[in-house]
Design a protein around this ligand. Structure first.
Ligand code: SF4
Ligand code: SF4
Ligand code: SF4
Length: 246
């Protein structure tokens, strides 16, 4: 029996689900390992209402979201938070830096009180999450790794070292040398340092590594007269729910 896989979308742009569909060369092989039973972006049918693996894309931002994700948790053996909106709140968490009433009035106008909304939460703040797939959007290679590992009954590898490691392996010129402030020293790797590879700074879409304060990469910042705290402030873009961004 192949594991039954379902996809669910909450507050998001649905770009992470699109990344799954963009696995053009590997999709047929993946479908040999798992059975997709619910995936609104790709199929009309709903083939099961109990799942082995549920991918949850998007942040939790309404009371009905809370009830819905709790119900999915009851129906799935493994729950995966899929993409930055789900794993760390992502861009949706920016609204938490304003009074909720002001945000509701600004977005919904005179009908603001009729619209259900709560401060943005990651999926893990509401239900137990078994695995995170980070990024905005998620990387295709990480989707492949996680799905293949779980289908084979193995634990997926989850990088917990900084983007700088991948950046140095790619032999990139450090963007600090161009005067940019890059979040690579404290951001979780797994994207292949794609932004610095194309000459841009890392803006932290994969969230913080577990212990950024003791990371040796702070030497890189010290050389440029910066501290870890200087760059942690920049984490509000994607990681606004984390303590360091508050
Ligand atoms: S993490 Fe980014 S790409 Fe994925 S759903 Fe959220 S906003 Fe879209
Ligand atoms: S600071 Fe940024 S550009 Fe420099 S090595 Fe680290 S990830 Fe690469
Ligand atoms: S380099 Fe940084 S911003 Fe770019 S994809 Fe990787 S983690 Fe995200």
């Amino acid at each position: 029996m192949k594991p039954k896989v379902a996809f669910f979308s909450f507050t998001s742009c649905e770009g992470c689900q699109l990344m799954f569909l963009n696995l053009e060369d590997e999709l047929l092989d993946l479908l040999g390992l798992v059975e997709i039973v619910k995936f609104r972006e790709a199929m009309k049918e709903v083939l099961a209402d109990e799942y082995d693996i549920a991918f949850i894309e998007g942040s939790i931002t309404t009371h009905s979201d809370i009830e819905r994700v709790k119900e999915i948790r009851k129906r799935t053996k493994i729950l995966i938070a899929f993409g930055a909106c789900a794993t760390i709140g992502g861009i949706n968490a920016i609204k938490n830096f304003q009074p909720l009433e002001d945000v509701r009035k600004y977005v919904y106008g005179e009908d603001w009180e009729k619209i259900d909304t709560v401060p943005t939460m990651s999926v893990g703040e509401v239900v137990d999450v078994d695995y995170d797939i980070h990024g905005c959007p998620v990387s295709k290679s990480e989707i492949l790794d996680v799905v293949t590992s779980l289908a084979l009954g193995k634990k997926p590898r989850q990088p917990d070292y900084p983007v700088c490691v991948e950046c140095k392996l790619a032999e990139n010129v450090c963007v600090y040398d161009k005067g940019l402030v890059c979040l690579g020293p404290v951001t979780r790797a797994g994207c292949g340092a794609i932004c610095p590879t194309y000459g841009n700074k890392c803006i932290g879409c994969r969230g913080l590594i577990s212990d950024p304060n003791v990371n040796a990469e702070k030497d890189l910042l010290a050389e440029r007269g910066l501290t870890v705290d200087d760059i942690l402030k920049e984490f509000r873009m994607f990681d606004g729910l984390s303590e360091v961004a508050k």
